[in-house]
Design a protein around this ligand. Structure first.
Ligand SMILES: Cc1cc2nc3c(=O)[nH]c(=O)nc-3n(C[C@H](O)[C@H](O)[C@H](O)COP(=O)(O)OP(=O)(O)OC[C@H]3O[C@@H](n4cnc5c(N)ncnc54)[C@H](O)[C@@H]3O)c2cc1C
Length: 466
């Protein structure tokens, strides 16, 4: 007994020494549980996640990342990587492990001549779009401004530009990654091509990506977009219209159908606020004049709509839903790719939509297709490129007392949709269960990802989804 406590004491002493040593090796910041802002620093966007890491290292650059990996290995603890912190499942933060936080790494270099850009991993989509739009450039990015470029791209990345230019990961030209053995690799289609294949859609757990080089496209500054809001009684007509319209629409058109409750915002008529509505968000990612004409059919139903679609700066369109997605409230998401949106799943969605326990929850019917479905499937790890629809159940609620009822509602709706599902999208998964992750890829891709993970991280030091 006495011997054990001496052992423990010497272990604590050794850990203390290693921690002090880490502080001298990090140019950014090292945060321990006894630091005053520890609770603030361990928070992520999803308020449901409450994990207590042993150490958070806010890296200022690649050398800090290497030193942090080295430290975790010497202490025998696992590593998670946090960039924008938006991952709904909370896989960027680890209980009792070391968090490599990249939020201080904000470099953005846009090269208008060859239409490329390099961004560091702490950059959010709002920050990236702002700099790229100086040159009238953009690449498919997140539809709210605070999402991290890193996690979004590693999981695939579906944005308003994806039907025209593919996923964010399809536009990735190269990346810099620090692997488990502390090596810094510059990877692309020629160099470490298996690892480069894997990080494009395979998500996290393969190393720490410190920067991304993207192919950029001429976009805006003005496009045609925004929001059209229909009352729920028109649900069938709106879904029917969107289905028929999207199947025939040009690749510039991107529309997300959102089933929700009208929020109390000034631009929404008072009589509509608090009632069930269907919002059509998105627009035409090209010349606004052309967009106005091309999008006119989706404005053609009924009289009682709110039409807020018009010419809009691309960068503003990219941040339109920000207000509806505040940080630190409770979130639990589940999603299903469907080959087609047939009558049965629509009926299930309708039933749950009307008995949804939270007024801020949304059900997204996302039509895909276009350029993202034309990229050859073997090009990268991203799964289910050929599915036409993704149904994303975006459950949100503020009061923790309502957690149980919202979790149950979300799970039941997801279960009822399962028979129609062809898989899941890793970036929308609120759970990181093995089943959920496996079904985000086909069998061959999943096996390949496991193999690559074993090769680059043989001791499994990075929290992995596979
Ligand atoms: C409000 C909201 C809106 C969204 N809208 C969209 C959308 O329109 N389209 C879409 O496709 N997705 C969307 N998402 C999902 C989003 O793409 C994912 O949540 C994405 O993982 C967020 O990236 P992040 O860097 O902010 O997250 P983080 O939580 O920091 O990271 C997510 C995962 O990636 C890993 N990771 C992050 N950075 C690195 C790195 N540099 N190296 C290695 N691993 C890393 C983390 O360890 C974690 O497992 C949205 C999410 C939210 C919350």
């Amino acid at each position: 007994m006495k011997e054990k406590s001496i052992d423990m004491e010497s272990k604590e002493h050794e850990e203390d020494k290693l921690n002090k040593d880490l502080k001298t090796k990090i140019k950014g910041r090292v945060i321990f549980p006894n630091d005053l802002d520890y609770d603030q620093e361990r928070k992520i966007w999803n308020g449901m996640i409450d994990k207590k890491p042993a150490i958070i290292v806010k890296c200022s650059g690649v050398q800090d990342v290497i030193n942090a990996i080295e430290h975790a290995k010497s202490r025998g603890i696992k590593i998670s990587v946090r960039s924008g912190g938006h991952g709904v499942s909370g896989s960027s933060i680890i209980e009792s492990g070391l968090v490599i936080d990249l939020s201080l790494m904000k470099g953005i270099w846009v090269n208008p001549k060859d239409k490329t850009a390099i961004v560091q991993s702490g950059v959010t989509w709002g920050e990236f779009d702002r700099e790229a739009q100086v040159f009238g450039l953009a690449t498919p990015g997140g539809r709210i401004s605070t999402t991290g470029v890193a996690g979004f791209t590693l999981g695939g990345g579906i944005g308003w530009l994806s039907r025209k230019y593919g996923l964010a990961c399809d536009n990735l030209l190269s990346a810099q990654i620090v692997t488990a053995d502390g090596q810094v690799l510059n990877i692309d289609k020629e160099n470490e091509k298996d690892l480069f294949w894997a990080i494009r859609g395979g998500g996290s757990g393969l190393g720490v990506v410190t920067s991304f080089q993207f192919k950029m496209h001429q976009v805006g500054p003005m496009v045609y977009g925004g929001l059209i809001i229909y009352p729920a009684k028109l649900l069938d007509n709106v879904i029917d219209l969107v289905k028929k319209y999207m199947e025939r629409s040009p690749q510039e058109v991107s529309i997300l159908t959102v089933l929700s409750t009208a929020p109390p915002l000034p631009f929404i008529p008072k009589e509509m606020q608090g009632s069930k509505v269907i919002m059509l968000a998105g627009g035409f990612m090209g010349d606004p004049k052309e967009g106005e004409e091309i999008l006119s059919p989706i404005k053609s139903i009924g009289e009682q709509k709110v039409d807020m679609m018009g010419p809009i700066p691309y960068a503003v369109l990219q941040s339109l839903p920000d207000a509806l997605n505040p940080p630190h409230i409770n979130n639990y998401w589940k999603n299903h790719y469907l080959k087609d949106l047939k009558a049965e799943p629509i009926e299930i969605i309708r039933k749950y939509y009307y008995n949804c326990p939270s007024p801020i929850t949304e059900i997204h019917l996302e039509y895909l297709g276009g350029a993202l479905s034309k990229v050859p499937d073997e090009e990268n790890a991203f799964g289910h490129r050929n599915a036409n629809w993704n149904i994303n159940i975006v459950s949100k609620w503020k009061d923790p007392k309502e957690t149980e009822i919202n979790l149950n509602w979300t799970r039941r709706l997801s279960e009822e949709l399962s028979p129609f599902s062809v898989g899941h999208y890793i970036n929308y998964n609120g759970d990181s269960t093995e089943d959920m992750v496996k079904s985000s890829y086909n069998e061959i891709k999943y096996k390949q990802l496991v193999k690559i993970k074993k090769n680059y991280d043989p001791y499994n030091i990075f929290v992995a989804k596979f």
